[in-house]
Every structure is written in structure tokens, then in C-alpha cells.
Ligand binder design. Structure first.
Ligand code: DP6
Length: 354
């Protein structure tokens, strides 16, 4: 397992095997996209329509342990202390099937996953969850994958998980249009993005920690299939990606924030125009957006982004984070407010699985 090796982006998928350790524990952090992933080109392979770019957070880690049974049988999946059911369980079991197929193993697994982020609240618990599961399951089943190959694997669980393999900022490539499944899979991976002098914080306003009414998976499918604004957004998002990478290298927080905010608002516009409309933004969301505008008018660099939920993440300088958090609390008194910085790569925990 070499989760810090980023050198093999263009190698064939790594199917070489290491001895199955039989058990491993991994930790991964959520990420927040500054250029969003919204829409798939291939649903089964989880290949996106557009590239996306995110910041991995230093808060809300997911810790996942995978322990193999001696033989085949039903998998056991425990999420936050309770047996997973329905769709959540099916997604984990389908992911384990993929790992078993690659490892040539039939052994069932016991998966125990603990989130510290409110599940389903638009705060990307599926990103940290499948990134941690990819690292732990690959080790337990004896797949010797570098970080690039792990990002491809994590992608199959949840697209945004591909970016949580990496520390700091990461870009997930959609990849070129491919002639085969193998080529499509190979072309779509994440990698770390270089940044200049930047000391960013994300002030996270959790205005509603409950599960969302429409899953991001269903909402993005509906958007791709029915929204007349979707295609134009994919084109402007490609430009945003180029501008974002340049702004990050310059360490230009104002530009990073402006691009992130316009990209997120554009993504929400695509879903508002879907038929029927998908609207995640709540009254408290708009109150926080007003507060962000007010901060900017007062000379504080603060920019908002929202995912598939009503919560708002405000990008600012770390030095301004306290002031931004106060403004957010005033605007949404019922919101829980957290401050995050750039976080670490997904990794195995010592003493297990090595
Ligand atoms: C709005 O990665 O949760 O957060 O691939 O279907 O599991 P699936 O979707 P998911 O979608 C995340 C969408 C987003 C934007 C982003 O993180 O880029």
C-alpha cells in the first residue's frame, strides 16, 4: 500500500496483489469541491461529465475497519454503530464485490465505519467514507494500489471520494471519451493540485443536519436528463477549472473564492431548472449568502459554496475565519458553525493491516 505515491497516473490499472492482510483500518477526511462534480457520463463506472477540484478538510474524519471472514457469505456492514440497511448497505456491498473480483477472493467482510460528520447533510460523508473503505478494503484483500489507483477505486463507491485520497487540493479528471470500460476507468482518477501561498479556511454553517430529501446521485441524474442549463454549465465549469488552477498557483484567494462561488451557484441553477426542480437551498442558506455578500462589501474576502444540501461553506483567509464565523452565526442563529483548514491524505492507521 503506497497511499502517498502519485507517480503512476498513466500506468495500467494496478492489479498486482500483495498478501491479503485480512484486516485493515483507514482514516479519510471529507472534501469540499470548489469546482463541482455534478453529472455522470457513465453511471456504472462513476465517470463524471466534467473535471472537479476540491479541498480536503482537516475535520470530520471517517474511520473504517475491514475484517475478512474465513469464507464466503453475507457481508456485515456497521455504520456509526448500527447495521447499515437499504441503499447504504447495497453501495458498500457492491463496492466490496468489486474489490473481491479484483483480488480474486470470495471472503466475506465485516466493515465497521465511524463518521464524525452528520451523515447525509450535504457534507460529503460518502467522500470520506468510500475513501477510507477503499484504502482499508484494498489492504485487507491484498490489492497493492498506489494513491492514483486507489482514487479510481474509491470513485466507484462515490465519485467525490476519489478526491479524498489526497491532502490539500485535488483535481478529479473526467478523462477522455473512451472506447472501452477499461479505458474509461483508467482515464478517470484524482491527483493533488499545486498551490501557492494560501492560508485558507472554510467556515461551515450546518443549517440542517438531517438527511436530504433527494440524494445527490438521483438529483444529478435528473439534472443531466432534464435541465436545459446543464450543458452550458459543463462548458463554463471547464473554464472555471482552468481559472481555478491558475488562481491556486498564484495563491490568489479572492480569485479562488470568486470562481468557487460562481461555479456552485451555476450548479444550483442547473438543478433549479431541472424538471421537476431540485432545490436544496433553504431560507437559512440565503441568509448566510446575504451575510457573505455583506462581509465582502465590508472588505473581508469571503465566498460561499453549497453542495447537495442547504449547508453553506464560506471560503476565507484563516486570519478572517473567526470574524466570518461570527457573521454566519448572526445570520443563521440555529446553525452549527465549524471551521476547517486543508486536511491530510487518506491513510492506513498504524498497527493494523501493515
Ligand atoms: C454536490 O460524490 O456524492 O457534492 O458519485 O453519485 O456518489 P455519487 O455522488 P457524490 O456527489 C457529490 C456532488 C457534490 C459536488 C462535489 O462534491 O463535487
Amino acid at each position: 500500500m503506497r497511499v502517498d505515491d502519485q507517480s503512476s497516473a498513466h500506468r495500467a490499472p494496478d492489479r498486482s496483489s500483495a498478501p491479503a492482510t485480512g484486516h485493515a483500518t483507514a482514516v479519510a477526511h471529507p472534501n469540499i469541491a470548489l469546482v463541482k462534480y455534478w453529472g455522470k457520463r457513465d453511471e456504472r463506472l462513476v465517470v463524471p461529465r466534467t473535471d472537479s477540484l476540491s479541498m480536503t478538510l482537516d475535520v470530520f474524519p471517517t474511520t473504517t475497519r475491514v475484517h475478512l471472514a474465513a469464507a464466503a457469505g453475507p457481508d456485515t456492514v456497521m455504520l456509526d454503530g448500527a447495521p447499515a440497511a437499504g441503499q447504504a448497505r447495497r453501495r458498500v456491498v457492491a463496492f466490496l464485490e468489486l474489490v473481491r473480483e479484483r483480488a480474486g477472493s470470495a471472503r466475506a467482510a465485516v466493515v465497521t465505519s465511524e463518521n464524525t460528520v452528520p451523515t447525509g447533510a450535504g457534507l460529503a460523508s460518502s467522500a470520506s467514507g468510500f475513501a477510507a473503505l477503499a484504502v482499508a478494503a484494498a489492504t485487507a484483500y491484498g490489492l497493492d494500489l498506489d494513491a492514483t489507483a486507489l482514487s479510481r477505486l474509491a470513485r466507484r463507491g462515490s465519485g467525490s471520494a476519489s478526491r479524498s485520497l489526497f491532502a490539500g487540493f485535488a483535481q478529479w479528471h473526467a478523462g477522455p471519451r473512451a472506447a472501452s470500460d477499461a479505458e474509461a476507468d483508467l482515464g478517470s482518477y484524482a491527483e493533488q493540485v499545486p498551490v501557492g501561498a494560501l492560508d485558507p479556511a472554510l467556515v461551515i454553517a450546518v443549517v440542517n443536519a438531517g438527511p436530504k430529501a433527494v440524494s445527490s446521485r438521483a438529483a444529478m441524474r435528473r439534472t443531466v436528463e432534464t435541465s436545459p442549463l446543464y450543458e452550458p454549465w459543463t462548458r463554463s465549469s471547464a473554464d472555471d477549472l482552468v481559472d481555478m488552477r491558475a488562481a491556486l498557483v498564484r495563491g490568489d484567494l479572492e480569485a479562488v473564492g470568486e470562481i468557487a462561488e460562481r461555479n456552485a451557484l451555476g450548479m444550483h441553477a442547473t438543478m433549479l431548472a431541472a424538471r421537476p426542480a431540485v432545490r436544496y437551498l433553504a431560507p437559512a442558506t440565503l441568509s448566510v449568502l446575504d451575510a457573505v455578500l455583506h462581509l465582502r462589501q465590508g472588505g473581508v474576502a469571503a465566498y460561499a459554496t453549497m453542495d447537495a444540501g442547504p449547508n453553506v461553506k464560506v471560503l476565507c483567509r484563516r486570519a478572517d475565519a473567526e470574524r466570518v464565523a461570527d457573521a454566519v452565526r448572526n445570520a443563521a442563529p440555529d446553525a452549527a458553525v465549524h471551521t476547517a483548514g486543508p486536511g491530510p491524505a487518506a491513510r492506513l492507521l498504524d498497527g493494523d493491516g501493515r
